[in-house]
Each structure stands twice: as C-alpha cells, then as structure tokens.
Write a protein that binds this ligand. Structure first.
Ligand SMILES: Nc1ncnc2c1ncn2[C@@H]1O[C@H](COP(=O)(O)OP(=O)(O)OP(=O)(O)O)[C@@H](O)[C@H]1O
Ligand SMILES: [Mg+2]
Length: 281
C-alpha cells in the first residue's frame, strides 16, 4: 500500500497504519539517553553518548557529523544489529531487542548479487521473507516503475550504472514496505549529477510511500534538500549538537530549493556547526 502525502502540511500522518495500530503520536523511532561503548583488546571507544531523538512516523531525518562520530552506529542500533551500552531504542514504541527484519537498510554500496538480474535482486527480499510470490512480484513491479527502472528489469548489475544499481538496492529495501528505512551514505559513491537525480527521486519516493527515513550523509546540501530535520552530531564521543528544522515543504524542486532562503539559512548554519573543514558542500 502506498500512502500519498500531502505536499505541504507537516502534521503527523494519522492515516498511516504502519505503526501496528499504535497511536499516531507514538514516535516511529525513539532513542532514549543512549550511549555505546566498544571495548576491544587495545582500546575502549565511547562511540555515542547522551543521544536522545524521537522521529515521527513519516518523517525524514538526516544525520550529519564528522567521520567516526557514531552515525553508522546509530543506524545499527535502530536496526537492532547493536545493543546500546545504556539507554533504550524503540521502534513504533517497542523496545528493539535484536535484529529487526521489518526495517529497510540501504548501504553506501548497492551490494547486489552479480548473477541475478535487477528484478531478481529486488525479489531477494521477498524470497528471504517468504512473501507470497504474487505479492512480491506486484510490489517489485510497482517499485521498478516508481524508480524509473522499467526496461532494465532483466539487466545484470554490471550492465547498470551506479545510480541504477543504487535504485535496485532502494527497491529491495522498500519491497516489504518497511515502517522505517535506514540509509547509510547511499549516494556517496555517485557522481554529482546522478546524486542530484537520486535526491529528487528519493524525495518523491518518500512522499509517495510515507516511509519514515533516517539518512546518514556527509553532504550538508543533500541533508537539507531531503530532510524535515537535520541532526548534527559532534566528534567522538558522538552526541547530538543540534537538531535543525529545515522548514521546507515536503515536495521540493531541486533547483528551486537550492535558491530558497530557508535552504541557504539551514546549510550555512550547519556548516558553521560542523566547521567547514570537516564537511562536504
Ligand atoms: N564494532 C566495533 N568495534 C569497535 N569499535 C567500533 C565498532 N564499530 C564502530 N566502532 C568505533 O566507533 C566509532 C564510531 O563509528 P561509526 O562507524 O559509527 O562512525 P561514523 O560516524 O559512521 O563514521 P563515518 O562517517 O566515517 O562512516 C569509531 O571510532 C569506530 O572506530
Ligand atoms: Mg559510517
């Protein structure tokens, strides 16, 4: 099921039933006073400390911060791939106790199986979840059309451009209609123009699916173009320095957005917080 979004109103999506019948005010993701410490043979690293963040259902939150400040660690906590040393992580109000198979995860590299076509890479998600075959096929077709991959369903990964491969990875992550989509620098390896195009598409897909998104990026402009709110983190031990409300409508034309005062204000502010040397554009 896809939920069309209102393009300007930023109210919680009360019609979104992906919270398992919970109140629409229950955050899709809750991070409560979390700290993560890694103990290895040679050193103890405090990766995160005092992290508090609530993400509304249907909200798009971008996370920026210097390398090593714990951004990937934060996504792994939400996915249940890591346990916090202290504090709690909640998904739809429920404590995350182990790996969560209901979420979607997109990594920096598409990680596709070279011997499978685009379509069969997308359907891998359905096979792993033992989804009814017909449902998986229908959903894959919808996503292929939505991401502009029509005509390339049978292509092998090496026959696709980097941007197309990332689109396949995005389709695979969205196949089971995850309530939360986690993206860890998904466009970092793409050239600037393809990245722009993917940003525009991701904005549209987010509006069309109503999925809650947590995106880690090193690009301040990507964060401000895509997100409702941008979480700025400090250097290790990573903690939240500030959360910036970008204040733009959900539907965003790329060029128009770049010229808007709200966009310029947000990017300038974030650049100031991070220090020019540690951030991309
Ligand atoms: N499994 C682990 N064992 C030990 N230390 C770890 C582990 N995972 C991460 N760390 C440490 O935790 C800190 C945060 O790592 P993390 O990968 O979350 O950073 P990041 O913000 O995603 O960085 P980047 O922008 O470079 O991807 C780093 O100092 C890293 O060395
Ligand atoms: Mg990382």
């Amino acid at each position: 099921m896809t939920m069309p979004r209102n393009t300007t109103v930023r109210e919680p999506d009360v019609t979104n039933d992906r919270q398992g019948g919970r109140s629409a005010t229950t955050p899709a993701v809750g991070i409560k006073d979390v700290a993560v410490r890694f103990r290895t043979k040679n050193r103890d690293v405090t990766a995160l400390t005092d992290v508090d963040l609530d993400v509304r259902a249907g909200e798009f939150v971008a996370i920026v911060g210097p390398s090593g400040c714990g951004k990937s660690t934060l996504l792994k906590l939400v996915a249940g791939l890591l346990k916090p040393s202290t504090g709690d992580v909640l998904l739809g109000g429920e404590r995350v106790q182990g790996p969560r198979h209901d979420i979607g995860y997109v990594f920096q590299r598409a990680a596709l199986l070279e011997w499978r076509s685009a379509r069969r890479n997308i359907l891998l998600q359905a096979e792993m979840r033992k989804m009814p075959a017909e449902l998986g096929r229908r959903r894959a077709d919808e996503l292929i059309a939505m991401t502009g991959l029509s005509g390339f369903e049978d292509a092998l990964p090496h026959e696709l451009s980097g941007g197309m491969q990332q689109r396949v990875a995005l389709c695979r992550a969205l196949l089971h209609e995850p309530p939360v989509l986690l993206m860890d620098e998904p466009f970092g390896a793409l050239d600037a123009l393809t990245r722009e195009q993917m940003n525009t598409e991701l904005n549209r897909i987010w509006r069309e699916t109503g999925t809650t998104v947590l995106l880690v990026t090193h690009s301040i402009s990507e964060a401000c173009y895509l997100a409702d709110r941008v979480v700025v983190m400090s250097a290790r031990p990573g903690t939240i320095t500030e959360i910036i409300d970008v204040g733009l409508p959900a539907e965003r034309d790329y060029t128009d957005t770049m010229g808007r005062p709200e966009f310029r204000e947000a990017t300038t502010h974030i650049r100031g917080l991070l220090g020019a040397a540690s951030a991309q554009d």
